[in-house]
Design a protein around this ligand. Structure first.
Ligand code: NAP
Length: 924
């Protein structure tokens, strides 16, 4: 079946539902349903068999639910209605709660019931219950609903409050006033209040004079103080006295002033020096303690097995946390045990580097670098442990570097039902480290590793086991999983296979190290990460900001990286996997993207830089050859645009020292006369490059020109020899506009390998040659043209988008992926005399990470690229097959002089002028 999810956020429940349904062969399209329009558009586009709303805060439009079956997953028992179901269930200390799957209708949560499940409530926060009991119940209910729907005979049960099993009622939306804390209350009551608001919206309270939302509370059985007083701090958390004891609070979010957004951070970080008077209450990882308390990392030991627990909030691991975990690991590795089990936390195993902590520093790039180094140091210790067998026991979800951390162990087991995200790229094209290039292919093979890291899709523990990422997955609930792990670990420690396994592991590591040292993997990965953190491409920084601020960025960031509008993200799996982005109104709940002001890629500055390099090259040439390279420009007739272009080239050539001359022929020049001139220039030893200006008068053929110009002097890459060489990946002269685009990407250190590049053009001067050059740089290239359907869906996938359609403002902000690099080749004259590109600069610069302006982008580089190729031709003709390394495409001209016909060859050059458009119809 084709199933569309309408969800407010692609959260743990919708991800789990997604992988379960995909595993069962359904095609699932996840739509972040930020508005009615988005939902209507998705239904019109996808024609789903069924619509499911795993977590939806918006109303589904009547026109949709009247025509399609829409199933709402409601986290409440039968008859419960309202947006705060779980909140009330926790606050009211209900002993039993449930999930109901009902059909969308005119009244919210009052539709016919397809399935329902109940479960016993236990302590824990709303998010914890949601990730475990609610998710399990919802998945069972959803699978039952789908089976009923497929049967086509099932009739759902109308909501009937007179029925005995309908125990719920309509409940109001819970307000901060309902949640307000009096610190003289008993701990149990305060815990319930904080937990029913965790992880959203949090309880608003005043802490040491600061207005904050409180998150993640834990019991404390020993420490005591005056109610409301902060009495201790540990591992980033604060301990606060209550009416009958104390509780720990690990995270706070400062209430933003003037409506400015903020984000969650460890409590001690938020309160800073307000806590100077508060004592640390350190607890060593292996220290036994009486009663309940809070700590992030702790150790227990039983029957030659050591268990290292690390329960980091949301699975994020800061530099400090990585370092502390590494120290703990080194400590327990010295214990006389045989097996070490890495337990992670109950909800999360690990999600890699700590984006919130990185964002909170003054220098996020530097902190990102420290954080990944600390992760790597930890992973290296696991990989190189020779004294123990190490087991990773994933009780909870893992993502990015967290998945790789698990793979550093010898055995990897997971609880059934967890979801894994074994990829990094979704975070602004982050390359990733943690030795993933060693660990991932070792487990799943090179091809699968590539597939996983490119697809950016969540996978179930079932799929992970099938592909070898996990050794096994068992037990639905965390307690049973822990028990099962204990049995396995103790069995391994006492097994006769233990010593041979340890020896085998040592030998395998030694062999691997000989084949390729770990340090080499690390260096290679970090080279790429360095570009992510410190390079010109800011995608990672923008994606991180967007993630941390949930799409709503503070005003202070808007000058540089604005956060005003949002977009929605969709993704699909099954038969048609891929990411799509759509539009979302400003400040509307979840945002899949943030807006920003893009970095302007200044073509004029790059052109000046290239000219300086070219002058140096010219000096070397003249010193060695005793004369300057010569350029012959041929212009037939009086076309205005080509006149402007000729003048520009003559000026720039004179500027860099190339001897250029213009052969101006009358408009009635015959084909034979033109051919004769070209042959003469071919044979002229003072001429090293030939450029024929387009458009030609109608009676003259571009094909003839392309066939006559000696390929050794074909500096604009129009001969079939040049084109063929480019196609074959051989050194060749290149069409200068396409080469100028590459030059920009190269000069801004834009990594292209593995990136998705979409080019709007298949013309012979831009789209086709550019596609070939990008392929040579290992980019994944999509060429679009006027017959391409759903252009926007393709362009939204582009990490780099090149527009060269010759259509004013064709590309709008909705068509651009946040943080993408946008290169605008188009030059379009407007009726009012202005010039615009193919990109709607004003709106797209709010979404893109980097963008070229028009004018001042590609144009100024094109003629310099052409002249550069002229100097290259001169070196070649002088017998020096000199390779240029500074350009995007290393060029070493082919020295032959025959030329084949190239059908539909449009030998155009850069026309950095509005008059290009006037010339174009004639030139076609
Ligand atoms: P062209 O030969 O007309 O090629 C345009 C390409 O864009 C074609 O492949 C066309 O598809 C495609 N296209 C047109 N409208 C489209 C649409 N709505 N959706 C998707 N694809 C579409 O033009 P060109 O000579 O390559 O020049 C393209 C632009 O670049 C012009 O604006 C020109 O002024 C500019 N230009 C700039 C420089 C510079 O130095 N900056 C140099 C040269 C050209 P079909 O193949 O299906 O027709």
């Amino acid at each position: 079946m084709k199933i569309v999810f309408f969800t407010t956020a692609h959260n743990s429940l919708s991800q789990r539902a997604f992988v379960e349904l995909v595993d069962r062969g359904h095609t699932v399209i996840v739509v972040i349903a930020s508005s009615e329009d988005v939902m209507l558009e998705a239904v019109e586009r996808e024609h789903p068999d069924l619509i499911v709303a795993p977590m939806l805060k918006k109303v589904i439009p009547a026109s949709i639910w009247q025509q399609h079956t829409c199933i709402i997953v409601h986290p409440g028992i039968k008859g419960d209605r309202g947006p705060s179901s779980l909140d009330w269930a926790i606050l009211n200390a209900c002993e039993e709660w449930g999930v109901t799957l009902l059909q969308a209708g005119a009244e919210m949560d009052a539709g016919d019931i397809w399935a329902s499940r109940t479960f016993s409530m236990r302590g824990g926060s709303k998010s914890h219950l949601y990730r475990h009991e609610v998710t399990e119940a919802a998945i069972q209910g959803l699978l039952e609903t789908i089976a009923k729907f497929e049967s086509k005979t099932f009739v759902p049960e109308p909501l009937d409050y007179s029925r005995k099993d309908v125990k719920g009622c309509l409940q109001a939306c819970m307000k901060q006033a309902d949640r307000a804390i009096d610190w003289a209350e008993p701990s149990a009551s305060i815990l319930r209040k904080i937990r029913c608001a965790d992880s959203f919206p949090g309880i608003l309270d005043t802490v040491l004079g600061m207005q904050c939302y409180l998150y993640d509370a834990h019991e404390e059985d020993v420490l005591r103080g005056t109610p409301g007083q902060i009495i201790a701090k540990r591992d980033g958390a604060i301990c606060r006295a209550t009416g009958d004891g104390a509780i720990w609070i690990t995270h706070l979010k400062q209430k933003g002033t003037d409506g400015q957004p903020s984000f969650k951070l460890p409590a001690t970080h938020v309160l800073g020096d307000r806590l100077d008077h508060v004592q640390e209450a350190p607890l060593a990882v292996d220290q036994w303690c009486i009663g309940r308390t809070y700590r992030e990392i702790w150790y227990e030991e039983r029957h030659a097995v050591g268990y290292l627990h690390f329960d980091f909030y949301n699975g994020a691991m800061s530099t400090d946390q990585c370092q502390r975990l590494r120290e703990a690991f080194l400590l327990i590795r010295r214990r006389p045990t045989k097996v070490i089990v890495l337990m992670g936390g109950t909800d999360f195993w690990s999600n890699g580097i700590h984006l919130n902590m990185i964002e909170a520093t003054d220098d996020p790039a530097h902190e990102s670098w420290r954080n990944i180094q600390a992760m790597n140091d930890l992973v290296r210790e696991l990989i190189t442990t020779e004294s123990h067998l190490v087991i990773s026991a994933l009780q909870g979800t893992a993502g990015a570097g967290g998945v790789i951390l698990a793979l550093a162990a010898d055995c990897v087991y997971a609880r059934k039902g967890i979801v894994l995200h074994p990829h990094y790229k979704g975070m602004g094209n982050l390359y990733g480290s943690e030795y993933w290039t060693y660990l991932l292919p070792k487990r799943v093979g090179r091809e699968k590793a590539r597939e996983l890291t490119e697809a950016l899709l969540p996978i179930s523990s079932r799929t992970a086991q099938q592909i070898g990422l996990l050794d096994d997955a068992f037990e639905e609930d965390a307690a049973s999983f822990r028990e099962h792990i204990r049995e396995l670990a103790e069995e391994l420690a006492s097994s006769h296979r233990y010593e041979p396994m340890l020896e085998e592991k040592r030998q395998a590591r030694k062999n691997d190290e000989e084949r390729k040292p770990l340090q080499v993997y690390r260096n290679e990965e970090l080279q790429r990460m360095w570009l992510n953190f410190f390079g010109a491409d800011r995608s990672y920084h923008l994606a991180r900001k967007n993630f941390v601020y949930k799409g709503l960025m503070p005003d202070r960031d808007r000058g540089d990286e604005r956060g005003r509008t949002g977009g929605h993200v969709e993704f699909t799996a099954g038969h048609d996997a891929g990411w799509h982005y759509g539009r979302q109104p400003a400040r509307d709940g979840y945002c899949g993207r943030a807006s920003m002001t893009a970095e302007i890629l200044d073509g004029r500055a790059m052109s000046a830089e290239m000219k300086a390099e070219l002058r140096g090259e010219m000096r070397r040439f003249v010193e060695k050859q005793g004369q300057a390279p010569g350029l012959g420009i041929v212009r037939v007739g009086g076309d205005a645009a080509s006149g402007v272009y000729s003048k520009t080239i003559l000026r720039v050539a004179a500027d860099v020292g190339i001897t250029a001359h213009l052969e101006q022929l009358p408009v009635n020049t015959s084909a034979d006369e033109l051919r004769a001139l070209l042959v003469q220039l071919n044979n002229d030893q003072a001429v090293h490059g030939i450029l024929v200006q387009m458009p030609l008068p109608a009676h003259l053929s571009q094909k003839m020109v392309a066939a006559t110009i000696a390929s050794s002097k074909d500096i604009d890459g129009i001969s079939s020899r040049s084109v063929g060489n480019l196609f074959l990946g051989l050194p060749s002269f290149l069409p200068s506009t396409a080469a100028a685009v590459m030059e920009i990407l190269e000069r801004t250190h834009m990594p292209l390998e593995g990136r998705r590049v979409v080019v709007i053009s298949r013309s012979n001067v831009v789209g086709k040659p550019l596609g070939m050059m990008l392929l040579q740089k290992n980019a994944t290239v999509t060429i679009c043209h006027s017959y391409t359907t759903n252009l926007a869906a393709l362009t939204r996938q582009a990490d780099v988008l090149v527009a060269a359609a010759g259509r004013p403002r064709l590309v709008t902000d909705e068509m651009v992926k946040p943080g993408a690099v946008v290169i605008d080749v188009g030059i379009n004259a407007l009726p009012d005399g202005g010039i615009v590109g193919d990109v709607d600069f004003a709106s797209v610069r709010e979404v893109a990470g980097a963008i070229t302006p028009v004018p001042g982008g590609v144009g100024p580089l094109t003629n310099v690229v052409l002249l550069k190729q002229c100097v290259q031709a001169a070196w070649q003709l002088a017998g020096e097959k000199k390779e240029w390394t500074s350009t995007a495409c290393q060029i070493s001209a082919y020295a032959g002089n025959d030329a084949d016909h190239w059908h539909r060859m449009v030998a155009t050059h850069t026309i950095v002028s509005a008059s290009w458009e006037i010339a174009k119809p004639r030139f076609k």
